[in-house]
Design a binder for this molecule. Structure first.
Ligand SMILES: NC(=O)c1ccc[n+]([C@@H]2O[C@H](COP(=O)([O-])OP(=O)(O)OC[C@H]3O[C@@H](n4cnc5c(N)ncnc54)[C@H](O)[C@@H]3O)[C@@H](O)[C@H]2O)c1
Length: 245
């Protein structure tokens, strides 16, 4: 198959549903071969989803689980050209003084440490080959902050920090690292949010609507493609005008 991602192997964490699945479908349309690393890959396992060539059960917050997934992916694909760190959890939506410490730890483990662990596993071989693309899915609240999601906002801001530092460390190796900062999209992620929280975020959307997952996938496909060749360490906004910078 032709396309801008022809002969590119991509790992998409959290690609079994929502934004990650939309990215998997978009990459597949461009000729890419997709492996999903997901805590629950059941929706895309074995021929259920044509865009996904391989689906592995992985906890991105667990170093051994990520190492095993890396080995299994290399065995099947030979190499990984693109890593999309998309897996994430929201955590509860309550004021920070009521936020449970266990929830804080869980959100940091998946949303921040998971990005570090997966990038740490995949980057060395990219460096040796002198090429690769790493894309982190942050959030608009990683830039702006937001009320009542303290662990999520802090983790997503941390992901922007990882993006810039990783980009600097890899810039001489031909590996580009960029992030995407979407605003709210209708996915299963909203299950942990209170109705009031969702209504409040919606009311602040300048375009008067939520983001479509395909809009995020389009941006990811461009960043992953050879057409993105002189841009690294950047955060691509997909917030419908909500973020001012
Ligand atoms: N939906 C939104 O409004 C929105 C907005 C901005 C950013 N994001 C970010 O986009 C990414 C995808 O979110 P989504 O909306 O598609 O959510 P989702 O809940 O629909 O999908 C998240 C996926 O990640 C997987 N996952 C969760 N924890 C995992 C772990 N420890 N290891 C491996 N896989 C794990 C889940 O099984 C699921 O398939 C997240 O990083 C999220 O923070 C979402």
């Amino acid at each position: 198959m032709g396309g801008e991602l022809s002969k590119r192997n991509a790992v998409i964490t959290g690609g079994a549903r929502g934004i990650g699945l939309a990215i998997a479908r978009r990459f597949h349309e461009e000729g890419g071969r997709v492996c999903v690393w997901d805590r629950d890959p059941s929706p895309v396992e074995e021929s259920k989803e044509a865009s996904v060539a391989l689906a592995l059960s992985v906890d991105v917050a667990d170093e051994a689980s990520v190492a095993a997934a890396y080995d299994a992916t290399i065995q099947r694909f030979g190499q990984i050209d693109i890593l999309v760190n998309n897996a994430g959890v929201n955590g509860p939506t309550v004021p920070f003084w009521e936020y449970a410490v266990a929830d804080w730890d869980r959100v940091q483990a998946v949303d921040l440490k998971g990005v570090f662990l997966c990038s740490r596993a995949v980057a060395p071989a990219m460096r040796v080959r002198g090429s690769g693309r790493i894309i982190h899915v942050s959030s608009v609240v990683g830039k702006t902050g937001g009320p009542n999601a303290i662990a999520y906002c802090a983790a997503k801001a941390g992901v922007i920090g990882l993006t810039k530092s990783m980009a600097m460390e890899l810039v001489k190796d031909g590996v580009l690292v960029n992030a995407i900062a979407p605003a709210m999209a209708e996915t299963d992620l909203l299950a942990e949010m209170s109705p009031d929280y969702i209504a409040e975020v919606k009311s602040r959307m300048p375009m008067g609507r939520l983001c479509a997952v395909e809009e995020i996938a389009d941006v990811a496909a461009w960043i992953a493609s050879p057409r993105c060749s002189f841009t690294t360490g950047q955060v691509f906004d997909v917030s419908g005008g909500r973020a001012q910078y």
